[in-house]
Every structure is written in structure tokens, then in C-alpha cells.
Design a protein around this ligand. Structure first.
Ligand code: AP5
Ligand code: MG
Length: 192
């Protein structure tokens, strides 16, 4: 079983590159952001709570997110791999993911740390905001999301450096070019 953590700031291309990974490897995609947006659209209790955080560019609580992922992991029998997109986003989530995977006799295979400078992130998200309909794609919330990333999420890089699964990926350039580096990193870690 191959477990890929696709990691990076808001707008770094996690969703875009996940689609490319799915096409080549056929892995299952877990995007915590997408799951939460579905819950919001369905107006569930979780969705209502999540919306208050998402609209302010803050993280939803670890407890809610870890429960959600734990449930999703129950439905992975027979899959050859999983892409975790937007999760883990805190040190506590990284520790929880390790425990959940270890219980299944597996672990994170590779953590792809996609690096993009802030000006490019803001440019991409403002552009996407014109058509995405995402309530968090406006300058105020984008700025807050990037701050939240540096404060709470970037420390997760150290967790995976210690685990020796982190690989830095230059996230500026063509989507295909970036995917080449990603596929190289996945292939290398899969055969380690
Ligand atoms: P989430 O949905 O994960 O959003 P995000 O991390 O802010 O990232 P995005 O989805 O905006 O960007 P992306 O990296 O996927 O980039 P994309 O490929 O779309 O989370 C949303 C919120 O949910 C969080 O703020 C939080 O509140 C909550 N949440 C989610 N997970 C959580 C967790 N684990 N714990 C707590 N709270 C959680 O690309 C962006 C744009 O750039 C697109 O328009 C794309 O076409 C374009 N693009 C992509 N690649 C390139 C390229 N190479 N060159 C030029 N343009 C490009
Ligand atoms: Mg995304």
C-alpha cells in the first residue's frame, strides 16, 4: 500500500497534482477540504461548524478532522494507495495519521512538500476566486489562510523530515513539469 501526503500552502497545487497522480497510479484521493465543502453543501452539523472556520481562514479542530479521516480510512479495503491532500495540517494530525496507518500495518510512503512563493499563491487563488465559488478565495481570507499555513501547518514538514519521507518539490512551472518531479519522488520512495 502506497500512502502519499501531498503537502503545501493554499494554492500550491495540491488538488491539481492529486488529479495527475490519480491518472497515473489510480490511488484513492482524500481531500479534507473537498470532504468539508461537501458537508457544507449538504448542510450537515459538521458542515455548519466547518464553515465558520473555513470562512475565517482558520483550521477546523484536530478532533473533528481526525474523526473524519478515521472514518474515511474504514472504506479503503483493497485500494493500492491513498493520496492525503490537505491533511495532515498540524503536528497532532501527523501523529494521528501515523497511528491510524500503523494500525493497518502501513505508514506514509512519501510526503511531497510543494514549494511556491507567497506572491504566486495569492495570484493563483485570486484568479481561481473569479470562477471557483469558494467562499475562502478572497484576498482577506487568502491572506489569513497563508498565515495559518506558516503558523500551524509548516511545522509538519519537520515531522516528515524526521520520518525521512519528506521530498521537496519545486511547485512553480508547468503542471506537467511539476508532475514529473512528483512521479520521480513517488517511484523512488515506492521502491526504497
Ligand atoms: P483546502 O481545500 O485543503 O484548501 P487549501 O489548502 O487552502 O488549498 P487549495 O485547495 O486552495 O489549493 P491547492 O493546493 O489544492 O491548489 P490547486 O491545485 O487548487 O482547505 C480549505 C479549508 O478547509 C482550510 O482553510 C481549513 O479551514 C479547512 N481544512 C481542510 N483540511 C483541514 C485539516 N486537515 N485540518 C483543519 N482544517 C482543514 O491550485 C490552485 C490554483 O492554481 C488553481 O486555480 C490551479 O489551476 C492553479 N495552478 C495549479 N498548479 C499551477 C501551476 N503549476 N501554475 C499555475 N497555476 C497553477
Ligand atoms: Mg485543494
Amino acid at each position: 500500500m502506497t500512502n502519499v501526503v501531498i503537502f503545501g500552502a493554499p494554492g500550491s497545487g495540491k488538488g491539481t497534482q492529486s488529479e495527475m497522480i490519480i491518472k497515473k497510479y489510480g490511488f484513492k484521493h482524500f481531500s479534507t477540504g473537498d470532504i468539508l465543502r461537501k458537508q457544507i453543501a449538504a448542510e450537515t452539523e459538521l458542515g455548519k461548524i466547518a464553515k465558520t472556520f473555513i470562512d475565517r481562514g482558520q483550521l477546523v479542530t484536530d478532533e473533528l478532522i481526525i474523526n473524519m479521516i478515521s472514518k474515511e480510512l474504514d472504506s479503503t479495503k483493497g485500494v493500492s494507495g491513498i493520496i492525503f491532500d490537505g491533511f495532515p495540517r498540524t503536528y497532532a494530525q501527523a501523529e494521528a495519521l501515523k497511528k491510524l496507518l500503523n494500525k493497518k500495518g502501513t505508514d506514509v510512503t512519501v510526503m511531497l512538500n510543494i514549494q511556491v512563493d507567497d506572491d504566486e499563491l495569492i495570484k493563483r487563488l485570486l484568479e481561481r476566486g473569479k470562477v471557483s465559488g469558494r467562499s475562502d478565495d478572497n484576498l482577506e481570507t487568502i491572506t489569513k489562510r497563508i498565515q495559518t499555513y506558516y503558523k500551524q501547518t509548516a511545522p509538519v514538514i519537520d515531522f516528515y523530515k524526521k520520518e525521512k519521507t519528506a521530498v521537496d518539490i519545486k511547485g512553480v512551472g508547468t503542471i506537467d513539469g511539476i508532475f514529473c518531479s512528483i512521479a520521480e519522488a513517488i517511484d523512488a520512495k515506492m521502491t526504497e
